[in-house]
Design a protein around this ligand. Sequence first.
Ligand code: ATP
Length: 323
Amino acid sequence: MIRFEQVTKRYPDGTTAVADLSFEVAEGELVTLVGPSGCGKTTTMKMVNRLIEPTSGRILLNGEDIAAADPVELRRRIGYVIQQVGLFPHKTVLENTATVPQLIGTPKAKARARAAELLDLVGLDPAVYGGRYPEQLSGGQRQRVGVARALAADPPVLLMDEPFGAVDPVVRERLQNEFLALQRTVRKTILLVTHDLEEAVRLGDRIAVYGAGTIEQFARPAQVLGAPATDYVAGFVGADRGLKRLAVTAVAQADLADLAPADGKAPTAEVALGASLREALALLLQEDSGRIGVTDPDSGALVGVLTPEGVHRALRRARLQEA
Ligand SMILES: Nc1ncnc2c1ncn2[C@@H]1O[C@H](COP(=O)(O)OP(=O)(O)OP(=O)(O)O)[C@@H](O)[C@H]1O
């Protein structure tokens, strides 16, 4: 658990990056920090692993004041993923992933076996990618290695600064979905910085919306979208929040139509129950029939059919629930 108590950071030149910050990240919770450039997100994050020291206030990790901890020991407990992944160019993907466990004394064979497992978890076949060097990977693949490497040390806490920033929107959404599935199994306590509201909404159990150096709203995604706490948040969330709601509402929440096809034809495209309505709508827009099949991700069986009306009704319901 991470707890900020009235934390202020003033840089030597007089810039107040964050002022009187108080919030808590529960164990196993993923909190996203979102806001415009320069609002203090990165400063907040770097104070947790003591790359930056607060001017005043306290930060507690599992009840312990981190000011009293040895920074090196502290950083071993806290994984850190940054946008410019920082992989060692002269080490292979497998070696990069196994670096931290080996540093802290895990036998080489064991560290490598675990690294291979984690590469597999983030969707990189170790047999294909393990022996490659970072320059032989795409940006998205490098970011996956960054995530695998941070998880390899099995830290209870992860700090992630724009971890999916360097990739195009389609790959980004796929990485986010894979990461969410992974988080459901590993349940780390995560603080994730992004300037992208959609990413914050999709990934966060709760979101901290930053204004200039302060948190304007700290709440669940649906609350931030449905009931912005201040005019500033309303402006940041924007007029297109209906579209953003598509990204956070699962197909499973929609009313599905009967499987029996009206025109005698089976649906030609499918989405899984766990997919977002946004993904479903993108597919629907390409289907002349105006309907797509919905499958159970475990069995692969077709469980119903989604139509534009189904999407509309689900969105309407989501909006009423938030109001
Ligand atoms: N070392 C420093 N000295 C002085 N001011 C700094 C320093 N580092 C950051 N700042 C200032 O503190 C404020 C917050 O910076 P920070 O990097 O935390 O913002 P951010 O929200 O992460 O921005 P971005 O999204 O652009 O990365 C900014 O006004 C920035 O210019």
